[in-house]
Design a protein around this ligand. Structure first.
Ligand code: IPD
Ligand code: CA
Length: 214
C-alpha cells in the first residue's frame, strides 16, 4: 500500500512539473525516453515492512541515457541525498565524498543479494572478499548501499543483478561523490537491469576481479 501511494504521488508531481518527460517506476512500469525519471517508491521494502529504518525513496533522472540527477530520501533516518551531474553530491545539504580506501584488508563492502541470482554465485563472492581480508555486510537497500559508498560508510557496493529503479539515483550520488561505477546502463540496463559495482577508485580493479563485474 505504501509503495503504491508513494509512486502515485511522485508520478502526479512529475507529470505536473515535467509533462513531456516519461516515468518508469517499480510498481507501475513505464517507457524509456531521452528524458526519463526512474523511481523506486520504497527501496529496502523488507526493512520498511519490519520496522527497520534503512529504507528510502529513490528518484533518478536520465538525460539521453546519461544518469543526471539523483535524489534519495530516507525519511526514517532524516537523511536526504541530492546530486546532479557535474555539481557534486550532498547529504542534508553538506558535500560528501567517498572514503578513499585503498587497502582491501581494511575495506568494508556491501554485497546486495536477491533471489534473482543463485546463492552459490553470491556466496563465492562473499568467500573471495573474506579471503582478501575485507569485511562484508548486507543492509537490504541497494539505493542506500550506493549512498553509503558516497559518504564513506562503506568502501564498495556490489550486486550481480539489480534493477534500474534500485540504482538510477544512487549512481549519480555515488559518482558525484567520486566513486568508480561500472557502465550499469549498458545494453538494456533500463529495462532488464544489470550487475552493479561501485567502489572507491583505488579498490575498483580488485573488486572487478573479486566480483567478476567488468
Ligand atoms: C531490493 C533492495 C535490495 C537489493 C535488491 C532489490 P526492494 O529492492 O534494493 O537491497 O539487493 O536487488 O530488489 O525490493 O527493497 O525495493
Ligand atoms: Ca528496490
Amino acid at each position: 500500500v505504501a509503495d503504491g501511494a508513494v509512486e502515485g504521488f511522485l508520478r502526479q508531481r512529475l507529470a505536473v512539473l515535467f509533462p513531456t518527460d516519461t516515468v518508469i517506476g517499480e510498481e507501475g512500469g513505464g517507457a524509456a525516453s531521452d528524458a526519463v525519471w526512474i523511481i523506486d517508491p520504497i527501496d529496502g521494502t523488507s526493512n520498511f515492512a519490519r520496522g527497520d529504518r534503512n529504507w528510502c525513496i529513490s528518484i533518478g533522472f536520465l538525460s539521453n541515457r546519461v544518469p543526471t540527477i539523483g535524489v534519495v530520501a530516507a525519511p526514517a533516518l532524516d537523511e536526504l541525498y541530492v546530486a546532479q551531474r557535474g555539481q557534486g553530491a550532498t547529504l542534508n545539504g553538506r558535500g560528501i565524498a567517498v572514503s578513499g580506501a585503498e587497502d582491501l584488508k581494511r575495506a568494508c563492502v556491501e554485497l546486495g543479494w536477491s533471489t534473482r541470482i543463485p546463492s552459490e554465485r553470491y556466496l563465492a563472492i562473499v568467500q573471495r572478499c573474506h579471503a582478501a581480508g575485507c569485511s562484508v555486510k548486507r543492509s537490504g537497500s541497494g539505493t542506500l548501499g550506493l549512498c553509503h559508498v558516497a559518504n564513506g560508510r562503506t568502501d564498495a557496493y556490489a550486486e550481480l543483478h539489480i534493477n534500474a529503479w534500485d540504482v538510477a539515483a544512487g549512481i549519480v550520488v555515488a559518482g558525484e561523490a567520486g566513486a568508480s561505477i561500472n557502465d550499469f546502463f549498458a545494453g538494456d540496463g533500463i529495462g532488464d537491469g544489470n550487475p552493479i559495482l561501485c567502489s572507491t577508485p583505488a579498490l575498483a580493479p580488485r573488486f572487478r576481479e573479486i566480483t567478476g563485474i567488468p
